[in-house]
Design a protein around this ligand. Sequence first.
Ligand SMILES: [Zn+2]
Length: 246
Amino acid sequence: MKLTVLGRYGPYPAAGGACSGYLLEASGYRILIDCGNGVLSRLQHYLQPWELEAVLLSHLHFDHTADLMVLRYALDYARSSARLRQPLPLHAPPEPAAEFKRLPYKDLFETVPLAAGEDLFLGPFALSFVETVHSLPCLAMRIETEKGVLVYSGDTEHFDGLAGFAAGADLFLCEANFQEKESVPAPANHLSAAGAARIARRAGVKRLLLTHLHPGLPPALSLEEARVHFQAAELAEEGESYLVSR
Ligand SMILES: [Zn+2]
Protein backbone atom coordinates (compact mmCIF):
# COMPACT_ATOMS: atom_id res chain seq x y z
CA MET A 1 0.00 0.00 0.00
CA LYS A 2 1.11 3.53 -0.64
CA LEU A 3 0.60 6.38 1.82
CA THR A 4 0.77 9.97 0.56
CA VAL A 5 0.92 12.73 3.15
CA LEU A 6 -1.35 15.59 2.07
CA GLY A 7 -1.15 17.56 5.32
CA ARG A 8 0.86 17.11 8.51
CA TYR A 9 -0.07 19.99 10.79
CA GLY A 10 -2.43 20.53 13.72
CA PRO A 11 -4.30 22.25 15.20
CA TYR A 12 -3.72 24.81 12.43
CA PRO A 13 -1.39 24.73 9.42
CA ALA A 14 2.02 26.32 9.04
CA ALA A 15 2.38 28.87 6.20
CA GLY A 16 1.88 26.97 2.95
CA GLY A 17 1.00 23.78 4.84
CA ALA A 18 -2.16 21.78 5.45
CA CYS A 19 -3.77 19.99 8.39
CA SER A 20 -4.23 16.23 8.66
CA GLY A 21 -4.95 14.32 5.47
CA TYR A 22 -3.56 11.04 4.12
CA LEU A 23 -4.23 9.33 0.82
CA LEU A 24 -3.96 5.53 0.91
CA GLU A 25 -3.77 3.42 -2.23
CA ALA A 26 -3.61 -0.30 -2.84
CA SER A 27 -4.59 -2.34 -5.90
CA GLY A 28 -6.00 0.78 -7.54
CA TYR A 29 -8.35 1.41 -4.59
CA ARG A 30 -8.00 4.84 -2.99
CA ILE A 31 -9.24 6.13 0.34
CA LEU A 32 -8.73 9.40 2.19
CA ILE A 33 -8.03 9.42 5.89
CA ASP A 34 -8.89 12.71 7.57
CA CYS A 35 -9.71 15.85 5.62
CA GLY A 36 -8.29 18.89 7.37
CA ASN A 37 -7.97 22.34 5.89
CA GLY A 38 -5.77 22.43 2.78
CA VAL A 39 -6.29 18.74 2.02
CA LEU A 40 -8.79 19.08 -0.83
CA SER A 41 -6.37 21.28 -2.78
CA ARG A 42 -3.50 18.83 -2.27
CA LEU A 43 -5.63 15.79 -3.07
CA GLN A 44 -6.24 17.04 -6.60
CA HIS A 45 -2.56 16.60 -7.43
CA TYR A 46 -3.32 12.86 -7.35
CA LEU A 47 -6.96 12.33 -8.26
CA GLN A 48 -10.31 14.02 -8.45
CA PRO A 49 -12.23 13.85 -5.17
CA TRP A 50 -15.11 11.89 -6.75
CA GLU A 51 -12.63 9.15 -7.67
CA LEU A 52 -12.15 8.26 -3.98
CA GLU A 53 -13.72 5.01 -2.82
CA ALA A 54 -14.22 6.20 0.77
CA VAL A 55 -13.28 8.81 3.36
CA LEU A 56 -12.48 7.94 6.98
CA LEU A 57 -12.25 10.41 9.82
CA SER A 58 -10.33 9.67 13.00
CA HIS A 59 -12.42 12.24 14.89
CA LEU A 60 -14.46 15.37 14.40
CA HIS A 61 -12.04 18.16 15.29
CA PHE A 62 -11.90 20.76 12.52
CA ASP A 63 -8.20 20.26 11.76
CA HIS A 64 -9.29 16.77 10.61
CA THR A 65 -12.62 17.68 9.00
CA ALA A 66 -12.63 21.29 7.73
CA ASP A 67 -12.24 20.52 4.03
CA LEU A 68 -15.20 18.12 4.09
CA MET A 69 -17.31 21.25 4.21
CA VAL A 70 -16.05 22.19 0.73
CA LEU A 71 -15.53 18.65 -0.57
CA ARG A 72 -19.36 18.58 -0.61
CA TYR A 73 -19.35 21.28 -3.30
CA ALA A 74 -16.88 19.31 -5.42
CA LEU A 75 -19.11 16.24 -5.12
CA ASP A 76 -22.19 18.29 -5.93
CA TYR A 77 -20.49 19.48 -9.10
CA ALA A 78 -19.44 15.91 -9.89
CA ARG A 79 -22.97 14.62 -9.51
CA SER A 80 -24.51 17.36 -11.63
CA SER A 81 -21.98 16.58 -14.37
CA ALA A 82 -22.58 12.81 -14.05
CA ARG A 83 -19.10 12.08 -12.69
CA LEU A 84 -20.33 10.93 -9.28
CA ARG A 85 -22.71 8.01 -9.63
CA GLN A 86 -23.22 7.04 -6.01
CA PRO A 87 -22.79 8.68 -2.60
CA LEU A 88 -19.23 8.71 -1.24
CA PRO A 89 -18.97 6.48 1.87
CA LEU A 90 -17.88 8.59 4.84
CA HIS A 91 -16.90 6.67 7.98
CA ALA A 92 -16.56 8.65 11.21
CA PRO A 93 -17.10 8.35 14.95
CA PRO A 94 -20.70 9.44 15.65
CA GLU A 95 -19.77 11.73 18.56
CA PRO A 96 -20.17 14.60 19.21
CA ALA A 97 -23.62 14.01 17.71
CA ALA A 98 -24.05 17.65 16.64
CA GLU A 99 -20.83 17.47 14.58
CA PHE A 100 -21.69 14.08 13.07
CA LYS A 101 -25.06 15.48 12.00
CA ARG A 102 -23.33 18.28 10.11
CA LEU A 103 -21.43 15.85 7.86
CA PRO A 104 -24.14 14.76 5.39
CA TYR A 105 -25.00 17.09 2.53
CA LYS A 106 -27.87 16.42 0.15
CA ASP A 107 -27.35 12.75 -0.74
CA LEU A 108 -23.67 13.09 -1.62
CA PHE A 109 -22.28 11.13 1.33
CA GLU A 110 -23.22 7.81 2.80
CA THR A 111 -22.32 8.49 6.45
CA VAL A 112 -21.41 5.39 8.43
CA PRO A 113 -20.70 5.51 12.19
CA LEU A 114 -17.35 3.99 13.18
CA ALA A 115 -16.69 2.38 16.53
CA ALA A 116 -13.72 0.92 18.36
CA GLY A 117 -13.61 -2.85 18.27
CA GLU A 118 -15.34 -3.06 14.90
CA ASP A 119 -13.70 -4.46 11.77
CA LEU A 120 -14.12 -2.73 8.45
CA PHE A 121 -13.21 -4.07 5.03
CA LEU A 122 -12.77 -1.61 2.17
CA GLY A 123 -11.45 -3.10 -1.06
CA PRO A 124 -7.98 -4.48 -0.25
CA PHE A 125 -7.89 -2.82 3.18
CA ALA A 126 -8.80 -4.55 6.45
CA LEU A 127 -9.22 -1.97 9.19
CA SER A 128 -9.54 -2.17 12.95
CA PHE A 129 -9.89 0.61 15.49
CA VAL A 130 -9.14 1.48 19.08
CA GLU A 131 -10.37 4.48 21.02
CA THR A 132 -7.61 6.93 21.89
CA VAL A 133 -7.38 9.40 24.78
CA HIS A 134 -8.29 12.79 23.36
CA SER A 135 -10.67 15.67 24.09
CA LEU A 136 -13.23 14.21 21.64
CA PRO A 137 -13.90 10.55 20.85
CA CYS A 138 -11.09 9.59 18.48
CA LEU A 139 -10.05 6.34 16.82
CA ALA A 140 -6.58 5.06 16.03
CA MET A 141 -6.58 2.82 12.95
CA ARG A 142 -4.71 -0.34 12.03
CA ILE A 143 -4.88 -0.84 8.29
CA GLU A 144 -3.68 -4.10 6.78
CA THR A 145 -3.31 -5.39 3.25
CA GLU A 146 -1.68 -8.63 2.16
CA LYS A 147 1.57 -6.73 1.77
CA GLY A 148 1.89 -4.54 4.82
CA VAL A 149 0.50 -2.92 7.95
CA LEU A 150 0.00 0.78 8.61
CA VAL A 151 -1.05 2.10 12.00
CA TYR A 152 -2.29 5.67 12.37
CA SER A 153 -2.56 7.08 15.87
CA GLY A 154 -5.21 9.72 15.20
CA ASP A 155 -4.96 12.35 17.94
CA THR A 156 -4.08 11.05 21.37
CA GLU A 157 -2.18 11.50 24.56
CA HIS A 158 -0.22 8.54 25.90
CA PHE A 159 -2.19 5.42 26.75
CA ASP A 160 -0.87 1.95 27.42
CA GLY A 161 -2.88 0.19 24.73
CA LEU A 162 -1.41 2.11 21.82
CA ALA A 163 1.88 0.20 21.66
CA GLY A 164 0.01 -3.12 21.59
CA PHE A 165 -2.33 -1.85 18.89
CA ALA A 166 0.64 -0.71 16.78
CA ALA A 167 2.67 -3.87 17.42
CA GLY A 168 4.84 -4.91 14.51
CA ALA A 169 3.50 -2.27 12.09
CA ASP A 170 5.57 -1.71 8.97
CA LEU A 171 4.82 1.98 9.26
CA PHE A 172 3.51 3.85 12.30
CA LEU A 173 2.08 7.25 11.45
CA CYS A 174 1.94 8.87 14.85
CA GLU A 175 0.98 12.26 16.04
CA ALA A 176 3.73 14.31 17.71
CA ASN A 177 2.08 17.61 18.40
CA PHE A 178 4.49 18.67 21.12
CA GLN A 179 8.11 18.50 22.09
CA GLU A 180 8.90 17.04 25.46
CA LYS A 181 11.00 19.93 26.69
CA GLU A 182 8.25 22.39 25.72
CA SER A 183 5.61 20.58 27.69
CA VAL A 184 6.34 19.74 31.29
CA PRO A 185 4.32 18.02 32.64
CA ALA A 186 3.36 15.73 29.75
CA PRO A 187 0.79 17.35 27.46
CA ALA A 188 -2.90 16.54 27.68
CA ASN A 189 -4.67 15.25 24.55
CA HIS A 190 -1.51 14.89 22.44
CA LEU A 191 1.89 13.21 22.33
CA SER A 192 5.35 14.70 22.28
CA ALA A 193 7.81 13.55 19.65
CA ALA A 194 9.69 11.65 22.37
CA GLY A 195 6.44 10.07 23.55
CA ALA A 196 5.59 8.90 20.03
CA ALA A 197 9.07 7.45 19.66
CA ARG A 198 8.88 5.54 22.95
CA ILE A 199 5.61 3.97 21.82
CA ALA A 200 7.18 3.07 18.45
CA ARG A 201 10.06 1.35 20.24
CA ARG A 202 7.76 -0.60 22.56
CA ALA A 203 5.57 -1.59 19.61
CA GLY A 204 8.55 -2.83 17.60
CA VAL A 205 7.44 -1.00 14.46
CA LYS A 206 9.71 -0.79 11.43
CA ARG A 207 9.35 2.91 10.66
CA LEU A 208 7.89 5.86 12.52
CA LEU A 209 6.51 8.91 10.72
CA LEU A 210 5.90 11.91 12.97
CA THR A 211 2.84 13.91 12.01
CA HIS A 212 0.25 16.37 13.38
CA LEU A 213 3.20 18.68 13.97
CA HIS A 214 2.58 21.96 15.72
CA PRO A 215 3.31 24.89 13.37
CA GLY A 216 4.90 26.83 16.25
CA LEU A 217 7.63 24.25 16.91
CA PRO A 218 10.67 23.56 14.69
CA PRO A 219 10.21 20.13 13.04
CA ALA A 220 13.94 19.41 13.16
CA LEU A 221 13.82 19.48 16.97
CA SER A 222 10.89 17.06 16.99
CA LEU A 223 12.91 14.68 14.86
CA GLU A 224 15.99 15.02 17.04
CA GLU A 225 13.91 14.39 20.16
CA ALA A 226 12.28 11.30 18.62
CA ARG A 227 15.54 9.77 17.40
CA VAL A 228 16.91 9.62 20.95
CA HIS A 229 14.30 6.92 21.60
CA PHE A 230 13.72 5.43 18.14
CA GLN A 231 16.35 5.71 15.45
CA ALA A 232 14.04 4.93 12.50
CA ALA A 233 11.94 8.05 13.10
CA GLU A 234 11.21 10.43 10.22
CA LEU A 235 9.12 13.54 9.75
CA ALA A 236 6.02 13.10 7.62
CA GLU A 237 6.68 15.28 4.58
CA GLU A 238 3.78 16.87 2.73
CA GLY A 239 3.61 15.65 -0.87
CA GLU A 240 5.78 12.59 -0.13
CA SER A 241 4.60 9.04 -0.68
CA TYR A 242 5.68 6.12 1.49
CA LEU A 243 5.50 2.50 0.52
CA VAL A 244 4.12 0.38 3.38
CA SER A 245 5.44 -3.13 2.93
CA ARG A 246 6.99 -5.96 4.92
ZN1 LIG B 1 -8.02 16.48 17.72
